[in-house]
Design a protein around this ligand. Structure first.
Ligand SMILES: [Zn+2]
Length: 452
């Protein structure tokens, strides 16, 4: 992708999400208002680039309401559904049926109903586990003169696998309200710039999706494999050797060897497709490692390391997950050192991380952090019998590489290269094989248990 385009997209999304965060925080309930659904339409957005780490592409749903909506999003399965509830809402699309079938991206049908007297519910049935990757609200479009434009609820959905769907469903259950907002027209047109495909008035005929009167050929999104996808990240690489061992062993070589063995064990299970962030000795920025996992549509991300400690006696296996505050000083130090890897790639000129400003994704991030603790525990259970043991336990710190908002992520410190015994173990193929087999078993145990 062209760099310039990336930068523009990045800037736009940062602006949009910055504003969303602002207006989501100012709640203004309008319970008295009789709201109504007045329009909906679909579009395709492509927001893939290594800087914003978005899903490759997403299906955009825009629902218009006559007044500022108080909207609640939820996800259901069997079959997969996206549900939008708005308070005090009715259906006001006289020429538009309350239900119908269509085929657009993962959306196979819609229906409208009133589960309670005060709730207007719009349900989209989905052919696959597509979950929201962004959601925001916009004021009425100023330029639309054909009819009175409505307030817009914009939701981008993307199939990032069953685990991401379950994660999003659970996060939305805990914090169900999308937003009720004081709307900011400044972000208006930039955010709604997709060429929308509008459902015609007889939507039961599938091919009648049009944009500006011209029939558009709809491309089906790529089907996700049936097996789980695990992205294995071999720490460091290229000009970044990582820690240097007691006898000169380079961390990047140990992590690479371990990533190959872990991939072998996961693939051999027949249940997982293992993907790697690097397949050779190349340097990859931490943020790009996350982007690669998102491109893989990974169910889980595991980063492998074998670090250094100022104290040569420090030894053993630790499993880290993301947290704002470190569990202990040593964890903070390790995260700080790991995060410095990016500096080797030159200064990072990108502006504010849009993921951090996307309210929906930060909600998922909390859920993802919870899930990551289960994986960490599962791994520690498995490695107990190894010489490295599990005594160092589960720790937390602000590792940049663990910041995928909807992919549970852990970092395994397989041992300390600054410890003589650990280094000797990590140099042995048989030890790496044992260790990675146990990590693979732990990952499969977690994935089995997490499919709720
Ligand atoms: Zn490392």
């Amino acid at each position: 992708m062209k760099k310039g385009t990336n930068r523009v997209l990045h800037t736009i999304s940062a602006m949009i999400f910055g504003c969303i965060a602002l207006f989501i925080s100012s709640i203004e309930v309008q319970a008295e208002t009789q709201n109504s659904y007045i329009d909906f339409r679909f579009g395709q957005v492509s927001e893939s680039n290594s800087q914003n780490n978005f899903a490759n592409s997403a299906t955009r749903i825009v629902v218009e309401t006559s007044h500022i909506p108080e909207a609640r999003l939820s996800l259901l399965d069997s079959p997969y559904r996206l549900v939008i509830d708005t308070t005090n809402s009715s259906w006001n699309m006289p020429n538009f049926p309350k239900s119908g079938k269509l085929s657009y991206g993962p959306i196979t049908s819609w229906r409208y109903g009133n589960p309670t007297a005060n709730t207007g519910r719009l349900v989209f049935e989905l052919s696959e586990p597509a979950a929201p990757v962004a959601a925001f609200m916009l004021p009425p479009k100023q330029s639309d003169s054909a009819r009175k434009p409505g307030y817009r609820i914009v939701i981008d959905i993307s199939n990032r696998g069953k685990t991401a769907f379950a994660l999003a469903r659970s996060a939305l259950k805990k914090t169900p309200y999308l937003a009720t907002s004081k709307l900011d027209s400044a972000l208006n047109e930039q955010a709604d710039n997709t060429n929308f495909l509008k459902v015609e008035k007889k939507p039961e005929q599938n091919n009648n999706l049009q944009t500006g009167g011209k029939v558009v050929e709809l491309k089906s999104p790529e089907m996700r494999p049936k097996r789980w996808v695990v992205t294995i990240d071999a720490g460091h690489g290229g000009k970044d050797p990582g820690a240097i061992g007691f006898s000169g062993t380079k961390e990047k070589e140990i992590t690479f060897k371990a990533s190959q063995r872990l991939a072998y064990h996961l693939n051999k299970s027949g249940r997982v497709i293992a993907r790697l962030t690097r397949e050779d000795d190349s340097f990859i920025k931490l943020r790009d490692r996350i982007a690669i996992a998102r491109q893989h549509q990974a169910d889980l991300f595991v980063s492998l390391h074998a670090d250094a400690a100022p104290n040569a006696k420090a030894n053993g296996i630790s499993v880290f997950s993301l947290s704002d505050t470190a569990s202990d000083k040593e964890a903070a130090l390790i995260a700080e050192r790991e995060n410095k890897a990016d500096l080797l790639g030159g200064p990072d000129l990108s502006i504010e991380d849009p993921l951090a400003a996307n309210a929906l994704l930060s909600m998922f991030q909390r859920e993802s952090m919870n899930e990551s603790t289960y994986i960490a525990k599962s791994i520690l259970n498995q490695v107990r019998s190894l010489p490295g043991g599990d005594k160092r336990g589960h720790r937390f710190a602000g590792f940049a590489v663990l910041k995928s908002p909807d992919i549970p992520s852990v970092l395994v410190e397989m041992g300390f290269l600054t410890n003589k015994k650990d280094e000797a173990n990590l140099k042995k193929d048989s030890y790496i094989d044992d260790l990675t087999k146990k990590i693979a078993d732990a990952i499969i145990a977690y994935l089995n248990a997490s499919l709720r």
